[in-house]
Design a protein around this ligand. Structure first.
Ligand code: SF4
Length: 511
C-alpha cells in the first residue's frame, strides 16, 4: 500500500502548498514487515505505522500543519502504551547491528548523492588509491566474513582463489536469485541500497582483475531490477563504473541478467549455465567457478548480502567486523523472521545470538499466548531447531550439529499447533518441484519420499514407511550431484530426529 500512501501524502502537501517545504523520500525496507507501511516524520523522527491512503492525508493535516501527533497511528505494542519513536526504544530495532542493511530505510535508493553522503564509494576510492588487491584480501581475511548465501565459505579465500586463477578475462557475479521461501534480505538490499552492490562488485573486480560483471536477479524482483539499473547508470555517470574508473586505468562494467525463477539457478554452476544462455542445471564440481566458471574463465561469485558487507569492512577494517559475532562465525547476519512470531520482518544481528533472544526479545515472542514448538532455518535446504535447543547460539557449526544450517537466513517460527510432518512435506513438495531432474537420486528419490509422506499424512502409512523414508533421505543426501539434492531430505530427517513421535502418531493413529 506504500504507493497510494505516497500519492495521497504528496497530493495533500500540494493542496496546502507545502510541496516545496516538505520532502517525501521513498526509502528501502525498514525490516518491520508487520508495521508497514511506515511513515517517519523528520526532524522529530515520529514513527507512524500501518499507514493507509486515508490516514496519510490526516498526518499532513494534523502533524505537519498543526504540529499534533496522530495518536491512533503510533505504535502501541502489547501493553497499549503509545510510542512516538519505537525505532529508538523497541528491542526489534535497538538490538540490531546493521552493517549489510545499514542504509535500508535511511537513504533514498534512487539518490547516489545520499549513498555518497553515507560514505558510499569511499571504500572503492580507498581500494583504488590506498590499498591495492592484496590488502583487500588481507582485510577480508581479518574480518572472517563467510559467504552469506548459504554455504558459509570464507569470502577472502574465494577472492584469493579468483585472484590467483590463471585465465583471461575474469568475471564477477552477484547471485541475487534468492529462492528460499521466506527469505527476502537480498531483495531488500537491492531495492533499498543498490549502490552498495555496484560498489562492492567493482572492488571485487579490481581485486581479482576482472573487467566484466553480472548481477543475476530473479524476474520476480522487478523493483530491485529497476533500482539496480538506475544505480548502475548513475554510477557510470559519476565515474564509479565503466571506463577508467575514478580516472585510473581500471575499467569494469556490469550487466543484469534476469533469471526465470528456477530455485536451482541459485546454485552457482546452474546460475553460470543460465547466464551463458544454457539450461540452468548444475555442473559437476570440481572445477570450481574460481578456476573455470563463466565461459570457462575464472569467476568470482558471491551473493547480495555478502557483497553488502564489503564496503563497510574496507572502510572500517577487518577487525572492526570481527568484533561482532563469536569464534568461527563473525560479523552479523540478516535473518528473515516469519511464521508464528509477533514481529515478522528482516533483522540484522550479530552471529552467536541465541535462538531465544532472536525469537523472544527481537521477534516479540509467539502470538496469542501459544508455545513455541520449533524454528525452521535454512529453508528447504535446512532443518528445524526444537524448543529444547532454544539457548543455542546461532553459528554455522552449532546449527550444523543440530542438523540444520544458517543458510540464507530464512527463519520460520512454528507454534505448538504446527504439524511437523506437514512442515516437512511442504518443503519436500517444493524441492520435488524445483529438482532439475539431471540426476536420479534427487529426481526420483525425492518423489518417492514425497509419496511416502503423502501416505503417512493421509493415514495410510506404516512403520516400514518411516524406516524407508529415513533410508531414502540419507541415500539421496549422499549421492545427489548438487546442493539441492544433497540437502532436500534435511527438513524430513531433521523433523524425524526431533519429532519422531509425530510421525509415529500419524502411522499408529490411522484414520
Ligand atoms: Fe538437479 Fe537435483 Fe541433481 Fe541437483 S541434485 S543436479 S537439482 S537433479
Amino acid at each position: 500500500g506504500e504507493k497510494s500512501v505516497k500519492e495521497v501524502f504528496e497530493d495533500t502537501l500540494k493542496k496546502y502548498s507545502l510541496e516545496t517545504v516538505v520532502r517525501v523520500v521513498e526509502t528501502g525496507c525498514m525490516g518491520a514487515c508487520d508495521l508497514g507501511p511506515i511513515l517517519v516524520i523528520y526532524p522529530e523522527g515520529v514513527f507512524y505505522q500501518k499507514v493507509n491512503a486515508e490516514n496519510a492525508a490526516q498526518i499532513v493535516e494534523e502533524h505537519i500543519l498543526k504540529g499534533r501527533v496522530v495518536e491512533k497511528l503510533l505504535y502501541k505494542g502489547d501493553t497499549g502504551e503509545l510510542k512516538t519513536k519505537p525505532q529508538e526504544e523497541l528491542p526489534f530495532f535497538t538490538e540490531q547491528v546493521k552493517i549489510a542493511t545499514r542504509n535500508l530505510g535511511v537513504i533514498d535508493p534512487l539518490s547516489i548523492d545520499e549513498y555518497i553522503a553515507r560514505d558510499g564509494y569511499f571504500a572503492l576510492h580507498k581500494v583504488l588509491f590506498e590499498m591495492g588487491p592484496d590488502k583487500v584480501i588481507e582485510t577480508l581475511k581479518k574480518s572472517e566474513l563467510k559467504g552469506r548465501g548459504g554455504a558459509g565459505f570464507p569470502t577472502w579465500m574465494k577472492w584469493d582463489f579468483a585472484k590467483k586463477a590463471q585465465g583471461n578475462p575474469k568475471y564477477i557475479i552477484c547471485n541475487a536469485d534468492e529462492g528460499d521461501p521466506g527469505a527476502f534480505m537480498d531483495r531488500a538490499v537491492l531495492e533499498g541500497d543498490p549502490h552498495t552492490i555496484v560498489e562492492a562488485m567493482t572492488i571485487a573486480a579490481y581485486t581479482v582483475g576482472a573487467q566484466k560483471g553480472f548481477v543475476y536477479v530473479r524476474a520476480e524482483y522487478p523493483l530491485a531490477i529497476e533500482r539496480l539499473s538506475f544505480a548502475m547508470e548513475k554510477a557510470r555517470e559519476y565515474g564509479f563504473l565503466g571506463d577508467k574508473i575514478l580516472g585510473t586505468d581500471f575499467s569494469f562494467d556490469l550487466e543484469i541478467r534476469i533469471g526465470a525463477g528456477a530455485f536451482v539457478c541459485g546454485e552457482e554452476t546452474a546460475l553460470i549455465n543460465s547466464i551463458e544462455g544454457k539450461r540452468g542445471i548444475p555442473r559437476v564440481k570440481p572445477p570450481f567457478p574460481a578456476n573455470k566458471g563463466l565461459w570457462g574463465k575464472p569467476t568470482l561469485l558471491n551473493n547480495v548480502e555478502t557483497y553488502a558487507n564489503i564496503p563497510p569492512i574496507i572502510i572500517n577494517g577487518g577487525e572492526w567486523f570481527s568484533q561482532y559475532g563469536v569464534e568461527g562465525s563473525k560479523g552479523t547476519k540478516v535473518f528473515a523472521l516469519a511464521g508464528n512470531v509477533k514481529n515478522t520482518g528482516l533483522v540484522e544481528v550479530p552471529m552467536g545470538i541465541t535462538v531465544r533472544k532472536l525469537i523472544y526479545d527481537i521477534g516479540g515472542g509467539i502470538p496469542r499466548g501459544k508455545r513455541l514448538k520449533a524454528v525452521q532455518t535454512g529453508g528447504p535446504s535446512g532443518g528445524c531447531i526444537p524448543l529444547e535447543h532454544l539457548d543455542t547460539p546461532i553459528t554455522y557449526d552449532n546449527l550444523k550439529k543440530l542438523g540444520t544450517i544458517v543458510g540464507s537466513g530464512g527463519m520460520i517460527v512454528m507454534d505448538e499447533d504446527s504439524c511437523m510432518v506437514d512442515v516437512a512435506k511442504y518443503f519436500l513438495e517444493f524441492t520435488v518441484e524445483e529438482s532439475c531432474g539431471q540426476c536420479t537420486p534427487c529426481r526420483d528419490g525425492t518423489r518417492r519420499m514425497l509419496e511416502i509422506l503423502e501416505r503417512i499424512t493421509e493415514g495410510e502409512g506404516t512403520m516400514e514407511d518411516l524406516e524407508l523414508l529415513k533410508e531414502l533421505g540419507e541415500n539421496i543426501m549422499a549421492t545427489s550431484l548438487c546442493g539441492l539434492g544433497q540437502t532436500a531430505p534435511q527438513p524430513v530427517l531433521s523433523t524425524m530426529r526431533y519429532f519422531w513421535h509425530e510421525y509415529e502418531a500419524h502411522v499408529l493413529e490411522k484414520k
